[in-house]
Write a protein that binds this ligand. Structure first.
Ligand SMILES: [Zn+2]
Length: 493
């Protein structure tokens, strides 16, 4: 059933850099994902997380026996961690074939192959990798579910020294040669886990197997992964056993408490919460016209409608779920027009924001055929038009100004820079700044689209005009700080 092919190992390097965009200090935690035996039934995924600061390395192995989901589901969370300090090696599913069958083992118990190994099977190959990982680490947790409830004294068939449930297993009270007090380490974590358990009958206990002692009742553990860690790699190792009989959520939670307890002791500090300030990007929005079936309009597409149609933006899909809003330029309110029904008489644009950040556009075009009642609603692509134009309103008259052109206004006029028109480029990527006018006194972002700009000596700062004369002002369009367009506002008395 298991083919005996050569070991295929593929390393996928993923470098996750979480940067603090706004304080300018880039801190990084690295993550690598290694796939062993790729394409085989026993494909093995290993996640290594390296902290920003160096420190101890904790190995977490789940699913070495496939019928113990409390362990491997808990381990799985840690594959997504980023660390401030220290390192993790996470093997969430050591024995994937047995997990798929929800069985303890396929050919052999994988956790009984660490001492000697006379039978060659896929379990042998996986154990070979695990052994190397154990010796690379400073501490090792093997996550399990155990039958019954461990108790130091015989209480009942289900609660006695032979049972494993609700215990942290150690192979000896100290790690000989290194004088590390395993009993004390396990005891401290047991206390932490128990703080979250109400039912005293479910308390965790330290379970010392005294594995290599002549009187040990758990001699089979000489073949286990933790004993290999103890005896060969000389590192502290613990078997974490949630009682099989408990609800799955509780078992996972206990394992997480245990892992966190050991991380804390080893001074392995998670980066929490994960800070990933990726650039917001809208993918599409869902718009209905005249209450008909909503259509999907993607970033920079154009929705053609008839003059006087009602539109409603139902939803936005972006790489963020929260903080999204839409502004139908020139219509609705100045904050959020999501789910507003708006009657459209002129072509406009719908701008999407994630919080303050502009992250997408779609265009609403009034079809010139509309007045004849011939056109239907349709979604089309934006054509490539490279030249940039300014869409303005002076008092109530609409005006389109070509790039680098001159626009005449009079004292007392109200000028609105409605938008930038430029074919394939999303207008929300531009910043349009009337030099000498401050739209938002609290936050002068330089973006002046949409403001009613009174042409008066009071509203405009003369020192920004040509020669400080208060006659000619500049409206400058930039992308990423680079000037890409300009018009001249000529103020007449
Ligand atoms: Zn187990």
């Amino acid at each position: 059933m298991i083919k005996n092919g050569s070991t295929i190992m593929k390393i996928i390097m993923c470098l996750f850099i979480s940067s603090f965009l706004f304080c300018g200090q880039a801190l990084s935690s690295q993550k690598t994902h290694t796939v062993f035996f790729e394409g085989e039934e026993n494909e093995l995924h290993v996640y290594r997380i390296k902290g920003t600061q160096s420190g101890k390395t904790l190995l977490i192995i789940g699913g070495i026996q496939g019928d113990e989901p409390g362990g491997y589901l808990a381990a799985d969370f840690y594959a997504d961690f980023l660390l401030e300090k220290g390192n993790l090696i996470v093997v969430p599913r050591a024995n994937f074939p047995s997990i798929l069958k929800m069985e303890r083992q396929i050919n052999q118990d994988m956790n009984r192959k660490f001492l000697d190994d006379n039978i060659s099977n896929y379990e042998t190959k996986v154990v070979g990798v695990l052994k190397k990982l154990i010796c690379e680490s400073d501490c090792f947790l093997n996550l399990h579910e155990g039958s019954g409830f461990y108790s130091q004294n015989w209480e009942s068939e289900e609660r006695n020294p032979e049972k494993f449930g609700q215990s942290i297993i150690i192979d000896n009270s100290v790690l000989q040669g290194k004088e590390i007090d395993l009993e004390k380490m396990a005891g401290r974590v047991v206390e932490k886990i128990n703080a979250g358990i109400e039912n005293k009958g479910h308390f965790f206990h330290v379970n010392n197997h005294m594995t290599n002692h002549p009187d040990s009742i758990h001699k089979e553990q000489l073949r286990s992964a933790t004993y290999y860690a103890y005896n060969t790699c000389k590192i502290p190792a613990f078997g974490i056993e949630s009682a099989k009989i408990l609800p799955l959520e509780q078992k996972v939670r206990q394992h997480i408490h245990a892992i966190n307890g050991f991380m804390d002791m080893l001074e392995i500090i998670p980066k929490n919460p994960n800070i990933d300030l990726k650039k917001p990007e809208m993918q599409y929005m869902i718009i209905s016209v005249n209450n008909s079936i909503p259509v999907v309009v993607e970033e920079m597409q154009r929705l053609k409608i008839n003059k006087g149609d009602t539109i409603k933006v139902h939803d936005i899909v972006a790489n963020y779920e929260r903080g999204l809003s839409v502004d139908v330029l020139g219509l609705g309110n100045q904050f959020n027009d999501l789910k507003n029904e708006l009657v459209v008489h002129e072509s406009t644009r719908i701008e999407v924001k994630k919080d303050f950040y502009k992250c997408g556009s779609v265009f609403i075009d009034i079809d010139p055929q509309a007045s004849k009642g011939l056109s239907k609603v349709s979604v089309v692509e934006t054509e490539a038009v490279s030249d940039l134009r300014f869409k303005l309103r002076i008092n109530n008259a609409r005006l389109f100004a070509d790039n680098n052109s001159r626009v005449t206004v009079r004292m007392g006029d109200i000028l609105v820079i409605e938008d930038i028109l430029s074919g394939k480029v999303d207008p929300s990527n531009y910043v349009v700044n009337f030099k000498g006018f401050v739209g938002n006194l609290d936050n002068n972002s330089g973006e002046d689209r949409g403001y009613a700009i009174p042409i008066s000596e009071k509203s405009l700062l003369k020192r920004y005009s040509e020669g400080n004369k208060g006659k000619i002002y500049h409206v400058i369009t930039t992308v990423d700080g680079k000037e890409v367009g300009k018009i001249f506002i000529d103020v007449q008395p």
